[in-house]
Design a protein. Structure first.
Lengths: 111, 112
């Protein structure tokens, strides 16, 4: 299974863009990159996913490098409610269809 | 929000007693999952189901069993609860194996 590496924690000022990096150097060709977040005590929330093209939805943008070995989740205008643990997960293809969570990045948005 | 209901939301039980947690969905999703979350370990998959009566083990399945007799319900049973099973349990659903999953609000279980 492809593994991911994320920083343990990051800070961001309210109103600024939050850029959360993720390394997944062993990703295989048919595996997707998924992002979830978990606000304290709540269930994880799906944010976005992509294969190789950049993706954008109402919550965030996902930038995947051309070699697909890393990606960045962008929250364009972070708010205090975006303070959460963000998980980058590689999944899909073959038998790797189980959503496996790592430690994630604790993003703290400061006023 | 996806139609997922976990019950009970909180439970305190004694060591050695059986406990059943219920996950109910109204989305008609094929896949259902049970996770537990503990400090220092993050979310870990216990069991999952890929259809009615079709289930398989996750990474921490010892001490747990599951059943899925109909699409909408996925039950997690602790046959004889132990203190090490004190945790927050999350249910999740997804349409297919490699699509986004939607999580319930969790069940906080305390085994004393």
């Amino acid at each position: 299974d492809a593994k991911t590496t994320q920083p343990t924690s990051m800070d961001c000022a309210e109103g600024r863009a939050a850029n959360l990096p993720c390394n997944h150097s062993t990703i295989s060709g048919n595996e997707y990159v998924y992002w979830y977040r978990q606000i304290h005590s709540q269930g994880p929330q799906y944010i976005i996913h992509g294969l190789k093209n950049n993706e954008t939805n109402e919550m965030a943008s996902l930038i995947i490098t051309e070699d697909r070995k890393s990606s960045t989740l962008i929250l364009p205008h972070a708010t205090l409610r975006d303070t959460a643990v963000y998980y980058c997960i590689v999944m899909g293809g073959g038998s790797n269809y189980k959503l496996t969570f790592g430690k994630g990045t604790l993003l703290t948005v400061n006023p | 929000d996806a139609g997922i209901t976990q019950s009970p939301r909180h439970k305190v039980t004694e060591t050695g007693t059986p406990v059943t947690l219920r996950c109910h969905q109204t989305e008609n999703h094929r896949y259902m999952y049970w996770y537990r979350q503990d400090p220092g370990h993050g979310l870990r998959l216990i069991h999952y189901s890929y259809g009615v009566k079709d289930t398989d083990k996750g990474e921490v399945s010892d001490g747990y069993s599951v059943s899925r007799s109909k699409t909408e319900d996925f039950l997690l049973t602790l046959e004889s609860a132990t203190s090490s099973q004190t945790s927050v349990y999350f249910c999740a659903i997804s349409v297919a194996a490699n699509t986004e999953a939607f999580f319930g609000q969790g069940t906080r279980l305390t085994v004393v």
